[in-house]
Design a protein around this ligand. Sequence first.
Ligand SMILES: *Cc1c(COP(=O)(O)O)cnc(C)c1O
Length: 223
Amino acid sequence: MYDVKRHLAEVRASLPQDVKLVAVSKFHPNDYIMAAYECGQRIFGESHEQELAKKQTSLPADIEWHFIGHLQTNKVKYIAPYISMIEAVDSLRLLKEINKQAARYGRVIRVLLELHVAQETSKYGLSPDDCRQLLADGEWRELKNVQICGLMAMATFTDDKQQVAAEFQQAADLFDELKAQYFAEDDAFCERSWGMSDDYPIALQHGSTMVRIGTTIFGPRVY
Ligand SMILES: *Cc1c(COP(=O)(O)O)cnc(C)c1O
């Protein structure tokens, strides 16, 4: 078995104390997750609803599951009872559906707005202007069963470290702008989820409070 415990310890040692680690366990088996769990890891990230459903029912109940992938509105109802955070909200429509399903279960679901800063056109997410528009529109204020906790972003997949740094900084700047304009009084709006296995050291230099790391902890995914 891949040495999850050793790799997890190495990742942890490389993170500042106050940065949250989401261990991205998609496509990895339950025994890998349990190895990390036994080391005290509690936040795990998954990006497919059916895979998550299977894992959630068979693994310890105190795991905090973060949904980090693209979420279709018709799938929200399946994860609403237990999901700890939905990181990739990229439309008002999705936000409203999360609110509706959270209300059914008497929950408040924490979410991040997914910001698109990468150059790749294939990635989901809100452009900075879409993000401003969504908040300016104000309808989100009526949604009492979701709590917007910050932003999530992915950088372009490239070896150009300056470009990656510029994209994370763009996300950090937008976070500051939105914090000042809409969330100055709201302590819950505090998360900047950026940084994956290949780029998290750069992300940490640009305000990341939460990193989502899979491969470095669990090894290559077997699809
Ligand atoms: C898969 C995934 C990750 C983890 O990527 P690694 O390169 O394996 O660390 C992080 N964030 C999102 C949104 C992902 O889909």
